[in-house]
Design a protein around this ligand. Structure first.
Ligand SMILES: Nc1ncnc2c1ncn2[C@@H]1O[C@H](COP(=O)(O)OP(=O)(O)OP(=O)(O)O)[C@@H](O)[C@H]1O
Length: 492
């Protein structure tokens, strides 16, 4: 469980935070800045929730002390006004975010979860290892012995320390985020902030304000000034995931930052400068998008200077056995299955023959699911998902959706949910909430996609979410639309 430190002199806030966040983190509390710093010195925390006005110090001074101690810890400020001057100053110094009091439970949980992810991205080292056994135990290993992956590792080593923008390309689930983290961790900017923005997850106007910030009154709902990621990340590294999913106006602003390190907040006319290294990633065919007028050629040219291309897993199936070993060991420990011995030879044969349209992410999900489902010490083909076992017989034209992750999705609402919850509780899992929410979300999205015959615009409308968010979820759950398969086999 991630560890959270909540600092406030108001006992009611500490109790509320403990009660509402104990599902997502181990929560400790401190009533003043002095105690908080002492606790941070003694223990490792992943996120700090900090009151802006403490009895012994103002929040900004406390923040600066925390930063001196650990520059990568995400700090969320709790403010009384929507955006106090101190909160804005703290954001400019790289604080993670701020939240207004009185605290609302859901936004608070979401923000803390985002900060935990941020902490993981910037702090868990990515150990590049061609031999998974020799890695640093506390590191997240980047597995690969195939010549294609060795080339990727070499490229990371060569360009990490050059202060130039980098474009990482590859299909969904091939490890682009891992590459971005490795580039940051091996760069000269390792002691500075690392922020990640998924450009597909936000509607265009929100993306613009997320990246560049906005002034009070810039648009309906802009009740106060907001500091954007480019400003917040000054001196650091910004990972722009799904860089292909940006409206032309945002493309133009990103280009200007790349060329001149200058930008303006939305609704503002003051020119700001920033020194940010951009690492971008995409699985979209940017050249084709340029030809079709959907992407700026000058932006592609700027981004494309140094490119790292990640090969799809089907082109490096020799990496599958070491990836299986790695994910199996991880899941065995995480799900506490000491009796699990491994996979039968037929299971390994099936897994190494499969083409993995969802790449490493899909392989990881399949292994985790098998470990969770297995009651025997050896995993046999009968618990593999249908798309893996029926692979040779599959007929890609038969439907518009190959719900590769749908094996475990109930055909009727809630069908398998009670037994999943029961099993997770019996296993004393510490992830029941996330696993069940994921299960339900995946089910809902699949059903709506089926109902709209795979039409993502209609599905997004019906679900009441943005198309970017839907695309994001489709990827996260390895839901393979047949049109994607056609695109993938053409190469990115
Ligand atoms: N070579 C690898 N070794 C170990 N784990 C890997 C490797 N490649 C990917 N993974 C794991 O697979 C999952 C997906 O990787 P990642 O998120 O980096 O993919 P991505 O290309 O950024 O996907 P998307 O385009 O959908 O955002 C993560 O859990 C990651 O840790």
């Amino acid at each position: 469980m991630p560890r959270l430190l909540v600092v406030d002199d108001d006992r009611a806030i500490l109790t509320l935070a403990q009660r509402t966040l104990s599902m997502v983190a181990d929560v400790d509390t401190a009533g003043n800045a002095f105690d908080a710093i002492e606790m941070l010195k003694k223990d490792d925390y992943d996120v700090v929730l900090l009151d802006i006005q403490l009895p012994d110090q103002n929040g900004l001074a406390a923040y600066c002390e925390i930063r001196e101690y650990d520059r990568r810890i995400p700090v969320i400020f709790m403010t009384v006004e929507a955006a106090s001057k101190t909160a804005i100053e703290a954001m400019q110094l790289g604080a993670f975010d701020y939240i207004a009091k009185p605290l609302s439970v859901e936004p608070l949980r979401e923000l803390v979860a985002k900060a935990v992810k941020q902490r993981q991205i910037s702090s868990v080292p990515v150990a590049i290892s061609a031999e998974e056994e020799d890695g640093d135990q506390s590191a997240e290993l980047f597995i690969g012995r195939s010549p294609a992956m060795l080339n990727v590792f070499k490229a990371i080593g060569k360009v990490a320390k050059q202060d130039v923008p980098i474009l990482i390309r590859g299909e969904s689930g091939t490890g682009k985020e891992l590459v971005a983290r490795a580039l940051y961790q091996y760069s000269h900017r390792y002691d500075e902030t690392f922020l990640a923005v998924n450009c597909a997850a936000l509607p265009d106007n929100l993306l613009e304000s997320e990246l560049f910030g906005h002034e009070k009154g810039a648009f309906t709902g802009a009740e106060s000034r907001r500091i954007g990621k480019f400003e917040q990340c000054n001196g650091g590294t910004l990972f722009l995931d799904e860089i292909g999913d940006m409206a032309p106006s945002v493309q133009a602003k990103v280009l200007r930052v790349l060329q001149e390190q200058r930008f303006e907040r939305v609704g503002g006319n003051k020119e700001l400068t920033t020194d940010v290294r951009i690492i971008a990633a995409t699985n979209r065919p940017l050249e084709q998008m340029v030809e079709e007028g959907d992407y700026r050629e000058d932006l592609l040219y700027r981004l494309n200077g140094v490119t790292i291309q990640l090969p799809p897993l089907r082109e490096r199936l020799s990496d599958v056995p070491s990836l299986i070993r790695f994910f199996l060991a991880q899941a065995k420990q995480e799900f506490n299955k000491p009796d699990l011995e491994g996979l039968s030879p037929e299971t390994v044969d099936l897994l190494t023959a499969y083409q993995w349209p969802g790449n490493v992410r899909q392989l990881r999900a399949v292994i985790r699911r098998c470990v969770l489902d297995s009651v025997m010490p050896v995993i046999t083909p009968d618990i593999l998902p249908a798309e893996v076992t029926r692979y040779e017989r599959s007929d890609p034209a038969s439907s518009s959706i190959d719900s590769s992750a749908s094996h475990h999705v109930p055909t009727r609402a809630g069908g398998e949910l009670p037994s999943l919850v029961e099993r997770l509780i019996a296993q004393r899992s510490n992830n029941v909430y996330a696993e069940t929410v994921e299960y339900t979300e995946r089910f809902v999205i699949l059903e709506v996609l089926k109902a709209t015959d795979g039409n993502q615009s209609q599905a997004a409308e019906m679900l009441g979410i943005t198309r970017g968010k839907l695309r994001d979820r489709i990827k996260a759950y390895n839901i393979v639309l047949k049109s994607d398969i056609a695109v993938e086999s053409d190469g990115d």
